[in-house]
Design a protein around this ligand. Structure first.
Ligand code: OFO
Length: 172
């Protein structure tokens, strides 16, 4: 059985994952109307992933005798300025999410709930990957600068960028 404090903290994280999904959906829509189809595809897929992160938490809370709360969400912004700023925001958002996961892990230790501590390790690992991926993408964007051809290739290939592929072939 979850303690009330931990149940509340998990519910807060459910809202954060849902809001993350909305943020990336808004980024996808912005990129799509700018004609950046590859970036839009990347963001749509990322939005779906965040929804899955949220659902995993919903199921876990209910399985452990709590009640997962589906709450009102903060509306994301709708204009992201440039594709460089878009990915900078994605990176900063992932850092924010990592911090909230770390806080949540801290609460599991305070509450001596080792099952939830164990469950959350998947999220800890996921955040490391997502931050690394975002950093990799920002490095590529720096290489492109204002080169239109570079943006064309980046948009074409961004959906294929993974942490591993980027490490293996930094110029790709
Ligand atoms: Fe839920 O992993 Fe990104 O934020």
């Amino acid at each position: 059985m979850l303690s009330k404090k931990l149940e509340q903290a998990l519910n807060d994280q459910i809202r954060i994952e849902a809001e993350s999904s909305q943020v990336y959906l808004s980024m996808a829509s912005w990129a799509e109307v700018k004609g950046l189809e590859g970036i839009a595809g990347f963001m749509y897929a990322h939005s779906d992933e965040e929804r899955i992160h949220m659902l995993k938490l919903v199921k876990y809370v209910n399985e452990r005798g709590g009640h997962a709360q589906i709450s009102e969400l903060k509306a994301p912004k709708t204009d992201f300025g440039s594709f460089q700023k878009l990915f900078q925001e994605l990176y900063e958002h992932e850092i924010f999410v990592s911090e909230s996961i770390n806080e949540l892990v801290h609460v599991t230790l305070q509450e001596k709930d080792y099952a939830t501590h164990n469950f959350l390790q998947w999220y800890v690992a996921e955040q490391i990957e997502e931050e690394a991926l975002a950093r990799t993408i920002l490095d590529k964007i720096n290489l492109i600068g204002n080169d239109k051809g570079g943006l064309y290739l980046f948009d074409r290939d961004v959906q294929q960028i993974t942490v591993e592929s980027a490490a293996a072939n930094p110029q790709a």
